[in-house]
Design a protein around this ligand. Structure first.
Ligand code: SAH
Ligand code: SF4
Length: 410
């Protein structure tokens, strides 16, 4: 079993992040009376807050600049604000309250999985994953926007990094093959908790926005479209305050139709790319794997996706988890190809070999059938990419995020 193998070959280490100099080594308990954190508020709201504090509105801009661009994690360290003001605001209970990485698991392949402490005082952490070589599924897409945020320059070794971001603690959707589903739904993350995962990881890896090419995938724990407002507020922060391109972001949904409809109405300046977890060639198999299919079957999801006004050369991604003996096999591949072609959408398929988890009775497909599946799709005119599993030894791969510290004692 994988868990036993992991126990024997433990490559991960666990440490506290040093993003908070004063906090290193401290436990993560917060004051239960912890007020509204500043991190997560946009520049306009920060300006209004400053106004309420009797300060000019441009002080809000300074706060936004410090928290989101300079990544200052403590109010006391925001030196653009006069010291007496910092002290007064801290005395009135103001604090940045940025999410913190409290544990790191490192894979042999360089992938890192983080447990990130949120803002609410909730002791439950969320999970974020850093993949230094990117995610083949997402980077297997030649439609990469160039220039605007890169200046064409990249840094070797980190040019293709991808961060996988969580949107909820646990998940209510209950897909039968997914470990996160086992947690059930615990709570929604705030906008600050979603964007904060990105900023904390940027800090850890010294990412320079505008120079390094980092993709974000909202494919961690949870269903982003069941936490729509906070998810989109986080995206707006990352685009407008941090300076990232929405064309380097992909959100994955299990097919929450009202969410897809709202997403379709977002302005292109802030709309990430869309991925849909198809996972099966037809409604019968899909409904067995994903109970949500009974509410919103494939054709209804596709109809909603058709409402998204794609940018030139943009495609919709269909994710497809290969379950050995269930969703793999050449006949299934041909069925998927027909389905995708029938949608008439500019689309590609990201194939994900199922990653095992304790208590889930599916099996991983063999490597040959995965490649055969990809080729069958490609031969039928459907571009298909294989997403290489990342960080399997630290439970960081797709569908394995479960707020687990299981590898910690390995
Ligand atoms: N809730 C969203 C995003 C998070 S799941 C969604 O379902 O789309 C991200 C991707 O991981 C989905 O495509 C999902 O089908 C896939 N996934 C879940 N469990 C998996 C597992 N055990 N192995 C491989 N992929 C998995
Ligand atoms: Fe939730 Fe996505 Fe897992 Fe389904 S696959 S249970 S929607 S996180």
């Amino acid at each position: 079993m994988l868990t036993e193998a992991m126990s024997r070959d433990s490559h991960q280490f666990v440490r506290l992040d040093s993003g908070d100099p004063a906090g290193e080594g401290q436990t993560s308990l917060r004051n239960p009376l912890f007020g509204d954190p500043l991190f997560g508020l946009d520049a306009k709201t920060l300006a209004a807050r400053m106004g309420q504090a009797g300060e000019p509105a441009w002080r809000g801009e300074q706060l936004a600049e410090a928290m989101y661009r300079q990544r200052v994690a403590e109010l006391s360290a925001i030196t653009t604000l006069p010291k007496p003001l910092r002290e007064r605001l801290a005395g009135e209970g103001w604090e940045v309250g940025r999410p913190r990485i409290v544990q790191v698991f490192r894979s042999v392949d360089g992938t890192e999985r983080y447990l990130v402490e949120g803002q609410s005082g909730d002791p439950q952490t969320v999970e974020t994953v850093w993949m230094p070589e990117g995610d083949d599924g997402e980077s297997g897409d030649e439609v990469e926007p160039e220039g605007r945020h890169d200046g064409g320059r990249t840094t070797p070794g980190r040019s293709r990094a991808t961060i996988c971001v969580s949107s909820q603690v646990g998940c209510a959707v209950n897909c039968q093959f997914c470990l996160t589903a086992k947690l059930g739904f615990q709570r929604n993350l705030s906008a600050g908790e979603i964007a904060g995962q990105v900023i904390a990881v940027f800090d850890r890896h010294g990412v320079e926005v505008g120079r390094d090419r980092v993709n974000l995938v909202f494919m961690g724990m949870g269903e982003p479209f069941l936490n729509y407002d906070n998810f989109m507020a986080a995206v707006r922060l990352l685009v407008e305050e941090v300076g990232l391109s929405p064309q380097r972001m992909t959100v994955s949904t299990s097919g929450i139709v009202p969410g897809i409809e709202r997403f379709a109405a977002e302005l292109p300046e802030v709309r990430p790319k869309l991925a849909i977890s198809l996972n099966a060639p037809n409604n019968t198999i899909r409904a067995e794997m994903m109970p949500i299919n009974r509410k919103w079957p494939i054709e209804v999801v596709v109809a909603a996706a058709r409402g998204v006004k794609l940018r030139p050369r943009e495609r919709i991604t269909f994710e497809y988890v290969l379950l050995g003996g269930v969703t793999d096999g050449a006949e299934r591949a041909r069925e998927v190809a027909r389905l995708i072609r029938r949608t008439g959408l500019p689309a590609k398929v990201n194939l994900i070999a199922w990653n095992p988890g304790p208590g889930i009775a599916y099996s991983t497909p063999n490597a040959d059938s995965v490649e055969e599946f990809r080729r069958t799709l490609a031969d039928a005119g459907v571009p298909a990419y294989l997403r290489r599993p990342r960080g399997l030894d630290i439970f960081a791969a797709c569908g394995q995020l479960k707020r687990t510290v299981e590898t910690e004692n390995a």
